[in-house]
Design a protein around this ligand. Structure first.
Ligand code: SF4
Length: 399
């Protein structure tokens, strides 16, 4: 890996969450089966691959922490993938051992593990809890058998609820579930049933994602061959509005385009991304942003393993944005939040003043005139409830 940052730069960076990471993302790419819509970096679990992968992960983690040239004591840790719970119990123990060898847990406030309702049994959930994980995030996606089958999920309709109950029994007080909308054949009635079932579980957090037809996935190919019919943009908009209305009325306020939480249970780790702050990312395909440089690791597991085992940095992409570009990117990320952005605070952090920036003011005026953006009585700029269903189009005007 390349040379560590100079000591003086590191000291300055250390106190600044825009530069020195206070969050850690770990990518564990193994899954029991591959879902039809997924283009994440992942592969089907086999007994022998994880041990080699974990050895590489430890090597990368040690090298990245050494490059910080400063103590690394994250406030948030996120285990994603892939499916962390696809690992065996022995492999999970091995993974937590390696993490503890390199990461100081003293300041950790939120420690999330993604989990599959089909593989997160009681023993694995108890193990996660025992090793410091305090937030479980289940990829439920739907409670409807025909939609789970369409998505290629390994779990059935009742498993989502059972997984949440097992997490409660294991002691998790902070549980999140993912649901999907905008699916082929998914009616508004299907969606309403899913939302009601999710609310009945009483989780602290819920992420609701509209289906994206990623290039090369079986679902996208089936759509191209005419085997499945995509929803119209009008129907997708109706799905989004139903999600927003049902969850907000059901006691889960929206705080971001796709995210809902009980007050105080917003995902702290994801807030780091939306505030464009620094974070360390390790594992195949993992992105990181440290001391102003963004890196993205190799997407293929073999390319990642070969690079790390050869003593090389597994980053396949590197980018250092100039301050102006970084500020514009931060604007777009922060406007995803329902609270929007506070102009003086934003100016102080990123050097761009929304009150006087001509590009910002022109885009804001256009969308405010259409009722899609507004200023709060406290002076924050934000997207309105009417604007959220078309947030992507709004945000593209701020780039
Ligand atoms: S379990 Fe998650 S990461 Fe694995 S294939 Fe399915 S969607 Fe992708």
């Amino acid at each position: 890996m390349s040379d560590p940052a100079p000591q003086s730069a590191s000291r300055t960076a250390q106190a600044d969450p825009r530069l020195h990471p206070e969050a850690l993302y770990v990518h564990l790419p193994f899954c029991e089966a591959l879902c039809t819509y997924c283009d994440f970096a992942r592969e089907v679990y086999s007994d022998d691959r994880p041990n080699r992968y974990l050895a590489a992960l430890e090597r990368e983690l040690a090298a990245r922490i050494a490059r910080l040239n400063a103590p690394f004591a994250p406030k948030t840790i996120f285990l994603g993938g892939g499916t962390p719970t696809a690992l065996s119990e022995a492999q999970l123990e091995h993974f937590f051992d390696l993490l503890e060898r390199h990461v100081d847990y003293a300041r950790v406030e939120e420690f999330t593990a993604e989990a599959n309702p089909g593989s997160a049994d009681t023993a694995k959930l108890s193990l996660l809890k025992l090793r410091g994980v305090n937030r479980a995030s289940f990829g439920v996606q739907s409670f409807q058998p025909h939609l789970l089958q369409l998505l290629g999920r390994i779990h059935g309709a009742k498993h989502g609820g059972e997984a949440v109950r097992r997490a409660r029994d294991a002691g998790f007080e902070n549980v999140s579930i993912d649901l999907m909308h905008g699916l082929p054949t998914q009616s508004l009635d299907d969606l309403k049933k899913d939302l009601d079932a999710a609310l009945a579980l009483g989780t602290e957090h819920l992420s609701a994602y509209g289906l994206i037809y990623e290039k090369g996935t079986p679902l996208t190919e089936a759509s191209a061959r005419g085997k499945i019919a995509r929803l119209s943009p009008e129907d997708e908009g109706a799905h989004y509005r139903l999600v927003m209305e049902t969850l907000c009325a059901g006691g889960l306020p929206q705080y971001e385009i796709s995210n809902y939480a009980k007050p105080g249970r917003e995902a702290r780790h994801n807030l780091v991304y939306w505030r464009n702050e620094a974070y360390l990312g390790i594992g195949v395909s993992a992105a990181g942003c440290v001391h102003g440089e963004r890196t993205v690791n190799h997407r293929a597991v073999d390319a990642y393993l070969n690079a790390v085992e050869a003593g090389q940095d597994p980053a396949a992409e590197r980018e250092r944005l100039d301050p102006q570009a970084k500020a514009r990117e931060s604007l777009v990320l922060e406007l995803r939040l329902c609270g929007g952005l506070e102009p003086a605070d934003f100016h102080a952090r990123w050097g761009l003043d929304p009150e006087s920036d001509a590009g910002f003011q022109a885009a804001y005026a256009k969308h405010a005139a259409a009722g899609l953006m507004e200023r709060t009585p406290e002076g924050r700029f934000r997207i309105t409830r009417e604007g959220f269903p078309v947030a992507d189009a709004i945000l593209s005007d701020f780039v």
